[in-house]
Design a protein. Structure first.
Length: 403
């Protein structure tokens, strides 16, 4: 089997309702001489990030024309070591590698007639516990109006999520604006009113959810080390499941400082790439939960290695999922196969009608649990109607950087 072409597709499913909307996934379709095609996703759909991914995959596609798609390790190493930029890392480079790699696993599964999780070692987990993103419950107008969101509103979305069967919810209690539409200063030392407001919001969730609700706190790395420690200390008595991206992962020692100072498990990983990027976090015991994004960290090939490394350091694993149904399907496949899986992310965009219509299958959780697909390969691909609407560049010529 040989790779004969690679289609790079920009999907018109943005939040703004156009092909140049705020959410525009880049999908890779790798085509073979045996008529089997595989789908992957480049994790750069945010804002205008798709443009970088769209070009990066075209560049990498020129390296793999004529290669055997079943040899995904060889192809991964070819891109990583023979394109000059591969070993340089970074978001765009690793996103390009990821999109191609996921598509190769899809081909392999289809060719062998088995789901990807079988190829990764077999299904250890099914009916995956799932958390709801609190922002999926219609706070858009509040954010637009830049008004203070009250604790009771946090309580109400908690009621809604629990009524839908979830027993875990993730919330960002600090990014939402403060009084009078003015954003808070959220690097430390923090004002007492900021800490008090954050505490009251999460406390309202705990009161409604009771003792058995697991609450995940998301900071998006917007707080610095000082502020993250202040917020962490304030929330400790509310029994937080884990504390996500309390500070930026560019300085691992800052994450170590937060972990040592706060009695809440620390999670990060969506902006850490390849096993080399994760190594320092493991060796310095900086985190308790890893969150690799398969569409950014190096694909399924690399994500499995990262998860296996984390298991040796007693770190739990939750795949970061914030893309199209292609990325969701990839996450479900690997989460089914790893022993240290902890929970699946159900992002607000997974409920978008426009996003759900892009693919053949609409996988959604039932009572807070995800069933893992058992179709051959990824178990997901774009619909013919979606493909017709895409901007597509097809690469058919091999132009390697080096021999």
């Amino acid at each position: 089997m040989k790779i004969v072409s690679v289609d790079v597709m920009q999907v018109p499913s943005g939040n703004a309702g156009s092909s140049r909307g705020a959410w525009s996934p880049v999908i890779v379709r790798v085509n073979t001489d045996e008529g089997i095609s595989g789908f992957g996703e480049v994790g750069l759909a945010y804002g205008k990030g798709w443009r970088a991914g769209f070009g990066m995959v075209q560049d990498f596609a020129e390296q793999i024309i004529g290669m055997d798609p079943m040899n995904n390790e060889q192809i991964w190493e070819t891109i990583f070591r023979k394109t000059f930029w591969g070993m340089g890392g970074g978001t765009v480079v690793n996103a390009g590698i990821s999109g191609i790699d996921i598509a190769l696993w899809d081909i392999k599964g289809k060719a062998l007639g088995v789901p990807i999780h079988t190829l990764l070692g077999g299904k250890m987990n099914d009916n995956l516990r799932t958390y709801a993103s609190q922002l999926q419950y219609n706070w858009g107008t509040n954010l637009t109006k830049q008004r203070l969101v009250e604790p009771e509103e946090y309580a109400e979305v908690t009621r809604v999520a629990m009524a839908e069967g979830y027993d875990a919810i993730k919330v960002d209690p600090i990014v939402i604006p403060g009084e009078e539409g003015k954003p808070w200063k959220i690097t430390g030392p923090l004002e007492n009113r900021v800490i008090r407001t954050v505490y009251n919001r999460v406390a309202a969730m705990r009161e409604v959810g009771g003792e058995d609700l697991d609450i995940i706190i998301e900071m998006h790395s917007n707080t610095d080390t000082t502020a993250a420690i202040q917020i962490g200390h304030a929330l400790e008595d509310l029994r937080i499941f884990y504390y996500e991206e309390p500070c930026h992962p560019l300085n691992v020692q800052n994450m170590v400082e937060v972990r040592n100072a706060v009695n809440i498990p620390i999670a990060t990983g969506e902006r850490i790439y390849t096993r080399w990027g994760y190594r320092d976090f493991f060796e310095k015991r900086a985190i308790d939960v890893i969150q690799p994004d398969i569409c950014l960290c190096g694909g399924l090939t690399e994500a499995k290695k990262i998860c296996d490394m984390s298991h040796a350091y007693d770190c739990a694993a939750q795949i970061h999922v914030c893309g199209s149904p292609i990325s969701k399907a990839a996450a479900l496949q690997i989460e089914a196969a790893i022993p240290n899986f902890i929970i699946h992310e159900h992002h607000q965009r997974a409920l978008s009608p426009a996003m759900r219509e892009t693919c053949l299958y609409d996988y959604q959780p039932v009572n807070g649990k995800y069933k893992v697909p058992d179709l051959p390969g990824l178990g997901q691909e774009l619909t013919p109607e979606t493909i017709k609407k895409c901007e597509i560049v097809t690469v058919t010529t091999r132009l390697p950087y080096m021999g």
